[in-house]
Design a binder for this molecule. Sequence first.
Ligand code: GLU
Length: 314
Amino acid sequence: MSFRGRFAPSPTGRMHLGNARSALLGWLQARAAGGQFLLRVEDLDRARCRPQYVDDLMRDMEWLGLTWDETPLFQSARDELYREAQAQLERAGLVYPCFCTRAEIARAASAPHGLSDEGPRYPGTCARLSSSEISERARTRAPAYRFRAQPGEVHFVDGLQGSYSQDVETVVGDFVVRRNDGVASYQLAVVVDDAATAITHVLRGDDLLSSTPRQLQLYASLQLRPPEFFHVPLVLGEDGKRLAKREGAFALAELRERDLPPERVLGLLAAWSGLGDGSPVTLEELVRRFRSESLPRVPVIAQEQTLVTALGLS
Ligand code: GLU
């Protein structure tokens, strides 16, 4: 199967240099393999996504030369596919409506801290409701829909992090595939889309490493073939925390608007990726230098001073 990679940003803010590094590494991995690279806009969370950020991120990528193949997909326009996948899971008895509020889950949870993106482990309150209980509750509250987490360890080998396992049922519990506001969850949408676009290699930040077992359970239940995963350690600020999109100093659009030569930004991103010493560099040169084996495996700290020097800012 030929190589197909992708970049799947959520347009909830201006892209920062950490996002740009993920885009660059995914792009390099695809181009060095002679493969294709797709762009998918993950704009399901309408309250947080803005068209302006979509515009910005496309311009940022073009400015750096990170070209994509095919027409970019927008998740907000693909709900029909997510509904089909959900219906398939429902037919297999793997999805059920859940009427719990956040507060109820927090109160009922035995372990208060699950994985932060899902909140506490779901205690299974609605897992066995009868159909009359379901219709009764549906009168006063729109349900979310949860996937019945399958028991046992999910194990996979990440291209960068090595062996990883997680018992989804114990750690996360039954997880949401459709929120109670009617929007498909990230976990479902990402699996449906990566499979529908025949993605073979997923390179993304390692903040999503712990989501992968959930996604693998969905792949298995939908009888889809999962891609290979490469979870890249994030770029951290000097405080050791991950860069946030609001941190203006790291916003790519701002550097673009200052008319900085893109080769300088590429030089900095290359230095953060073990592909250079910080001096300006072209994409062609980076494709030549790129080796999948030397993808970064440890987090990088974005020192304000390195940034200022590499970018020639004053
Ligand atoms: N949209 C997600 C994000 O911006 C990335 C999803 C993925 O690469 O799987 O964090």
